[in-house]
Design a protein. Structure first.
Length: 391
């Protein structure tokens, strides 16, 4: 741990020295930014989560002992692990194309065991001209649309209703009112449960069309092809996922909405997974997720927003033995409503967000479909306060 902290400090000192170097070499520019963020969270129920409860996913299912649900107990936490550091670099042209790079990390760790340790979020090189942008490195999955995503104070950012992943990739984006996005990528921090993209020998492929402008009205749709191999000596199998979204202004209010549907989307923190049928063939569950968000400003110093989402597990099309997935194959469906309000002045923002999430846990029928086995839905109310200081 001490060694990792020392490495981070060394990088920061080195970056500061580089920033002073820009006075003598104006062709290379280095800019530091980021934020310090501290969250207090109170939950009325035990939850399925990551990083000591900071990344809330769903309320935990019933865990009954002597007629009592042991998970129907409250929980609190106070964490600053979302604090983030970012370095942006721009330099000389590369054969007539502008060059830039970004390295970004946070103290979120790569697992529950490493909570609080520094980890890489983004690291990429960008080449640009008047017609295209090319990204090489680790960046957002193309189904996490940076122009249309929930801006909740909660770091879960709408998971499991919103796709969420960062991936090593080669991305090409055209410019203009109609924008094409093509991505070739694999997996690292966010991996498919029970199978491997790398071992399949075939990268994921994504194609997306985007229309309009972020400042006014923007929309788009895309398709994702993923090929995985469950293990060495096994056959590959491929699945598709689809996305559509839009963003528009209604006076002073911004309205966003998105829908995704696909199979084997555990790498995107979507419910469901894969299984094996009687012929020893691998198949995947289908998952539908939708969300919408309204947000705006009461004044220059006061903002508001409300997020709502729904997701359902379509199960398998035939009788299977479940192998692996995100939250196993037991979540039938879930929904969430999360209003928020914040006060901002200068570089500091203070916010309050309430979040109610309901999940229904079911079982699988012999034909692979999902149903509610007389299990009541469980719900969690989270109260969260946040302080964010940007720099």
């Amino acid at each position: 741990m001490k060694r990792k902290i020392s490495m981070v400090l060394a990088l920061l000192v080195g970056g500061v020295l580089l920033s002073y170097g820009q006075k003598t070499d104006e062709k290379v520019r280095v800019k530091f930014s980021g934020f310090v963020k501290t969250d207090f969270m109170y939950d009325t129920r035990q939850t399925t989560n990551a990083r000591e409860g900071h990344f809330l996913i769903l309320p935990a299912p019933e865990n009954r002992k002597d007629g009592e649900d042991l998970n129907a107990q409250s929980n609190i936490n106070f964490l600053s692990i979302q604090t983030r550091l970012r370095v942006k670099i721009s330099g000389p042209d590369f054969f007539g194309m502008k060059t830039a790079g970004m390295v970004e990390g946070a103290f979120f760790g790569n697992s529950n065991a490493t909570t609080g340790e520094f980890r890489l979020r983004h690291a990429f090189v960008k080449l640009s001209n008047d017609k295209i942008d090319i990204f090489v490195g680790q960046y957002w999955h193309p189904m996490f649309v940076t122009a249309v995503y929930p801006q909740t104070y909660s770091f879960s950012s709408g998971v499991p209703f919103q796709p969420f992943s960062r991936n090593p990739q080669l991305r090409l984006e055209t410019k203009g009112k109609v924008k094409f996005i093509g991505v070739l990528f694999t997996e690292r921090d966010f991996k498919t449960r029970g199978a491997s993209v790398s071992q399949s020998g075939i990268p994921q492929l994504h194609a997306q069309l985007q229309f309009g402008k972020k400042a006014t009205t923007l929309g788009g749709f895309g398709v994702n092809l993923k090929t995985v191999r469950p293990g060495l000596g096994m056959d590959n199998f491929s699945t598709l996922a689809y996305i559509s979204y839009f963003r528009t202004k209604l006076g002073t209010t911004t309205w966003k909405a998105e829908a995704t549907y696909g199979d084997n989307m555990s790498d995107l923190l979507q419910i469901g997974g894969i299984g094996v049928n009687y012929d020893d063939e691998y198949i995947a569950t289908s998952t539908l997720s939708i969300w919408t968000e309204f947000s705006g400003d009461f004044s220059d110093s006061m903002e508001w927003g409300i997020f709502g989402g729904y997701t359902s597990n379509g199960g398998f099309d035939e009788s299977v033995t479940p192998i692996a997935g995100f939250l196993s194959s037991s979540v039938l469906d879930a929904w969430r409503v999360a209003p928020r309000i914040g006060w901002k002045s200068g570089k500091l923002k203070l916010g309050i967000e309430t979040e109610y999430t309901s999940a229904q846990y079911g079982s699988m029928q012999n034909d692979g479909s999902m149903y509610d086995e007389e299990l009541d839905a469980v719900g969690n109310f989270r109260l969260m306060t946040t302080a964010i200081y940007n720099f």
